[in-house]
Ligand binder design. Structure first.
Ligand code: OGA
Ligand code: MN
Length: 293
């Protein structure tokens, strides 16, 4: 079988077919998939209903798995596999959780534009999200292309931003919607922020990307208010309609995106209806292959 791509967006999203992700991929398939991810940044596979173990095995072919941010002071993990991130609104019996559950708050924070785990170092690369149960309306996932956004940024802003760095904090998105009194000083201190340049070079494509998103809470060397206004402005550029695409989920879809050059956000849905997706996220691995290419 060979990987076949059909563009869904002129710049950065393609529908991918021709691979059975339940089976181990051969070296050529992996090379083709990585090349497709470098050319695009989001790939959509339909009709790939992977079991938890199959999804983990598939993702592990692209590097070690990142455990993500586990619930802070929340309930026990629902999924048995620590490598899987539970993107759902349901309890262990599959029933929608109460609206004030920490997991629901995390899910709502996922509706703000972000790059997964940008509050951690080392960096992550791909996320793979698979759809298990879906609500009757809403719950789409939107993506934006940070390379195209960088390219289109006005020259003056490019020059201003090129040397700037932003601090990314795990709780900033939650605090944005809840206020900081909802997390103790100890909980906040347990997750020290990390710093990323606002202009990141994407290793696979060699392109620059505008690395904005809700985890960025301040700009180094700038006053808090001025830095936050610049972050707001950059996020607006990064998510202009022309750089954006909406995925309407079907059960059995698996979507792969590159967190180094895209942002994404979930969209609202009826929280009384179950919505269940499973995610893996890869730590970034060095590209020795490209040096030889
Ligand atoms: C994620 C995420 C959004 C959604 O899985 O990382 O942000 O639509 N998901 O559930
Ligand atoms: Mn996410």
């Amino acid at each position: 079988m060979t990987l076949t791509l059909k563009p869904l967006h002129p710049v950065f999203v393609a529908e991918a077919s021709g691979l059975d992700l339940r089976q181990p991929l051969c070296a050529d398939d992996i090379t083709a998939l990585v090349a497709a991810m470098d050319r695009y940044a989001v790939l959509v596979f339909h009709d790939q209903p992977l079991s938890p173990q199959e999804q983990i095995r598939c993702a592990e072919q692209f590097g070690p798995l990142n455990p993500g941010l586990k619930q802070i002071g929340g309930q026990a993990q629902r999924l048995a596999e620590p490598a899987l991130i539970d993107i759902s609104n349901v309890d262990a019996d599959g029933r929608p959780l109460a609206r004030d559950a920490k997991k629901i708050i995390s899910g709502l924070a996922n509706q703000l534009w972000h790059s997964d785990s940008s509050f951690q170092s080392p960096a992550v690369s791909y996320s793979m999200l698979s759809a298990v149960r879906l609500p009757s309306w809403g719950g789409e996932t939107e993506f934006s292309d940070l390379r195209a956004a960088w390219d289109a940024l006005p020259e003056r802003l490019k020059r201003q931003v090129e040397s700037l760095e932003a601090e990314h904090f795990a709780l900033h998105s939650r605090i944005t919607i809840l206020g900081d009194s909802s997390y103790t000083a100890a909980q906040q201190a347990a997750l020290p922020p990390v710093v990323w340049p606002l202009c990141r070079l994407h290793p696979g494509s060699g392109r620059k990307s505008l690395f904005a998103g809700i985890h960025a809470q301040r700009i180094l060397g700038m006053g808090l208010a001025e830095g936050r206004m610049l972050l707001h402005d950059l996020l607006e550029y990064a998510t202009l309609p022309q750089f954006r695409w909406t995925h309407h989920w079907r059960v059995g879809d698996l979507v792969i995106w590159d967190n180094r050059c895209t942002l994404h956000r979930g969209r609202a849905y009826d929280l009384d209806e179950p919505r269940e997706l499973r995610r893996t996220t890869n730590d970034e691995v060095a590209r020795t292959d490209r040096a030889a290419a």
